[in-house]
Design a protein around this ligand. Sequence first.
Ligand SMILES: *Cc1c(COP(=O)(O)O)cnc(C)c1O
Length: 224
Amino acid sequence: MDIKSNIEKIKKETGPSVTLVAVSKTKPIEDIREAYAAGQLDFGENKVQELTEKESVLPKDIRWHMIGHLQTNKVKYIAPFVHLIHSVDSEKLLKEINKQGKKQNRIINCLLQVHIASEETKYGWDENELNEFLTSGRLAEYENIYIQGLMGMATFTEDQRVVRNEFKGLNTLFNKLKTKFQFPNLSMETLSMGMSGDYALAVEEGSTMIRVGSSIFGNRNYNL
Ligand SMILES: *Cc1c(COP(=O)(O)O)cnc(C)c1O
């Protein structure tokens, strides 16, 4: 299957209310051009350097999503153009994004990454931390930030029940926060969950945005 048919297949499966972010990390410019030619405008990358390099040579109407762990000292490189940062995992990072947004005279869209997996290694806030932060009211001070929702990654396991439960839990939290907190710069409209192996489950459990790499572009080879 080619890139275009893969995109069409996924879109058909998930329907028009789910945004597909094509995860192009490690993939060459030509692959992105091929997806773009098929009408795909949302692309996700997980490394700042790769993201900025690709952005500089590709069409300007592409919406770039930062989906990987972001270090505060690198925010400045993506602040001028990034469409949505999915991986905001601390207030320290939020503060830096706000600062760089101010410098660029932009409001930067963000998702708060929630730790839902059982693995220790995955980044993100837990429910208590999110409640504490949002209750504090400090979000209102970050005038160059717009929080559009939540992002989560399920445990890497074959066990569909585990994955489904984690997605269900994240959707419940998403709805709780939506009714509990009102800020001018918070909307809770985007729930980013689901990758190649689990996007169908994620959509069943309320995902509005899926991040799909290998099911579009094929397996990644990190040894190139
Ligand atoms: C790589 C990556 C994806 C896509 O993974 P696939 O399994 O190739 O679809 C999604 N989300 C994040 C955060 C990633 O790093």
